[in-house]
Each structure stands twice: as C-alpha cells, then as structure tokens.
Write a protein that binds this ligand. Structure first.
Ligand SMILES: Nc1ncnc2c1ncn2[C@@H]1O[C@H](COP(=O)(O)OP(=O)(O)O)[C@@H](O)[C@H]1O
Ligand SMILES: [Mg+2]
Length: 337
C-alpha cells in the first residue's frame, strides 16, 4: 500500500470557460506538511478549494485516505481550513470560538471543555480563554483560528496564506508554532504561500506552481540548491541567471566565453559561488556592503550585474575599482526554460 494520503489525479479546475488548473497530479503523504508555492494567480487557492470541496473539478479525482471524495460535500471530507482572514466570531470568547464546531456536533459539555482546553493549551492561549478576538493580537487570533480547526481533528488541514497578515516577527513565531503542532499531531497539512522563505522553512516538500502546473516538486534543499528551470531559480531567489548561447554566457548584447561545457539553456550562480579577485572576467565594483560574516558585492560586468560575496575578513575593496571574477563550473546551476 502506498503512503499517499491525499491524491489529486488528473485534476482540471476552471471558472466558467477559464481553465486555471489544466491537469494536476499530486500525491501527498500522511503526516506531511506540503507547501504549494507560486506567484499570485498561479492556482494555489483554486487547488485548495478543490481539495476542500468548495469547487467541483471539471474532470479528475480527489482521494483522501483511500476514499474518492470527488463528489462528497465539503463538510463530509474531514478537512480543516485556515485562511488568511481568520473569520473568527467577534462576539464569542476564545473558548466559545473553539467550542463552536464541537457544539454543532452535539458533544457533551464536559467533552467539549476537555478538548477546547487542550487545544487552547497547545496553541498557547489557555490564559486568554475568556477573551474576545478583537482584544487579541494578530498572532493570537491566528493561533485561535488554528485551534478552532484542529479541535475538530481533521484528517487534513488546509492553510491558505495563513501568516501573510502578520508582521515579520510574528510570522517567524507562527512558523515555529505550526511546525510544533504538526509534529505533535501528525496531521497532514497543505500550506499555501507565495513566500519562498516561508515554504523553505516550513515544508517537508514544496510544490512550486506556475500557471496551474507543477513546475518542480521536491524537498526544500532540493529546490533551493537544484532548481531545474529558469522560473524555479528565479522564484527561489537565484540572482545571477544568464542565458547560454554557443558556449558563451550572454547578456546586455555582450557575451563571455564559458570556461566549461554545458548543454543548459540558462546557468545560475548563487552569490557565494562566484569567485572574486581571480578568474577570466572583470567588472567594476558598483557597491560593497558589509553583512556580518561576509561582504556583498555588486559588480557591473559586460553581461550585466553580478552579485557576489566574500568572507568579510578579505581585504576591503572600494566602489569603482575593477575586480576580476569567475563564474566557475563548481556551484553552477544548469537550467532549462
Ligand atoms: N471566482 C473566480 N472566478 C474567476 N476567476 C477566478 C476566480 N478565482 C480565481 N480566479 C482566477 O484563477 C486564477 C488562479 O487564482 P487563485 O487560485 O486564486 O491563485 P493564487 O491563490 O495562486 O493566487 C487567477 O487567474 C484568478 O484570477
Ligand atoms: Mg490565493
């Protein structure tokens, strides 16, 4: 038996005549935290809505826990939802917000109290049980929304950009919180974000999407270190991406001969992979900035700007000076279109 817990099979999703997700195959493992990553409009929310049962696919199937749920209504799929807007009940206390779903299920009061208390505890809100959402911080509201979903013990929790309304500091705290809750509960989570750092930090695997299709799927370090396409490299923050023509790297109407053979359409180097102070190319230093353990350079080269870093202990250099550099085969990333 496979360990696939959520399976999207040949899924196609459309709004009226507009096909948004043409043909999606995706297997999500039990207990996994998978991130759907991609630019705005690439179909992340649409995919989530289909998994949740909030929109019917044009064709294809959705399996959850070995059951075909394609035609099963949203409220019977055992799915929890946490969205960007928390949609908490403002007139109810934190306790009652979490208890709401359990009351609908007609649980006894003592069962409800036990479960609500446990989840408020888990998300660190036990001391605010009587407080109303409006008197809570953004982070507390988001944790409350999480508890409200988790108390129903969903098979799968879908989180659609749940952290994007929080400030940077809180976002980091919430990331840790989410990871902890996920580890503790073992609930399968699908997390949507357009923030690559968030996906890299949180996910067991990342599904990078473009125009409703999977561009690349892999563990965070795979995507970060070995993007396969120009789009993936760009989205994962590679800075030196150049086109290759006839064994030269081209840019700005200029070409630099490569020092190695490649069949790739594009090549990319992270700043740390660019060699400085030696090599066959030269450029003018446009900026140097000190960044703790390293110095960050922007070099104006014939093919365009090169970002590079050296250990801060190296001899300082001045803006406007000419510097030699190399774009070596070591650390290069070979990309296709
Ligand atoms: N209710 C809708 N009706 C028509 N088009 C929609 C609707 N919702 C989203 N879309 C379109 O579908 C595409 C994918 O949207 P969405 O899944 O929300 O993207 P994401 O969540 O990745 O930003 C976009 O082009 C968007 O404009
Ligand atoms: Mg969205």
């Amino acid at each position: 038996m496979s360990d696939n817990f959520v399976s999207l099979q040949k899924l196609s999703l459309a709004y009226g005549q507009t096909l948004v997700v043409p043909h999606l195959d995706l297997d999500i493992r039990k207990g996994e935290l998978i991130a759907l990553l991609g630019p705005s409009g690439c179909g992340k929310t649409t995919t989530m809505r289909a998994i949740a049962g909030l929109m019917a696919p044009q064709s294809g199937h959705i399996l959850i826990d070995a059951q075909d749920v394609t035609r099963i209504p949203a409220n019977k799929r055992g799915i929890g939802l946490v969205f960007q807007s928390y949609a908490l009940f403002p007139h109810l206390s934190a306790f009652e917000n979490v208890a709401f779903g359990l009351r609908l299920k007609k649980l006894t009061n003592s069962d409800i109290t036990k479960r609500v208390d446990r989840w408020l505890e888990t998300v660190g809100l036990a001391h605010l049980a009587k407080r109303k959402p409006d008197d809570m911080s953004g982070g507390q509201q988001q944790r409350l929304a999480l508890a409200r979903s988790l108390v129903l013990e969903p098979k799968v929790l879908l989180l659609d950009e749940p952290l994007s309304n929080l400030d940077a500091r809180l976002r980091l705290d919430m990331r840790l919180e989410l990871q902890r809750v996920q580890l503790e509960t073992g609930i399968t989570m699908v997390f949507v974000t357009h923030d690559q750092a968030e996906a890299l930090a949180l996910a067991n695997r990342i599904v990078l999407m473009k125009d409703g299709k999977i561009e690349q799927l892999g563990a965070p370090d795979e995507l970060y270190n070995a993007p396969q396409t120009r789009f993936a490299a760009d989205f994962l923050g590679f800075q030196n991406i150049f086109e290759v023509e006839d064994q030269t790297i081209v840019g700005k109407g200029n070409a630099l001969p490569l020092s190695f053979q490649t069949k790739a359409r594009y090549l990319a180097w992270r700043p740390g992979a660019v060699t400085l102070e030696k090599g066959k190319y030269e450029g003018k230093i446009k900026s140097v900035s000190f960044a703790g353990e390293q110095r960050e350079f922007v070099i104006e080269a014939p093919i365009g700007q090169i970002k590079a870093t050296t250990p801060a202990a190296n001899l300082p250099r001045q803006i406007g000076e000419i510097i030699r550099f190399d774009l070596p085969s070591e650390g290069v990333c070979e990309l296709r279109e």
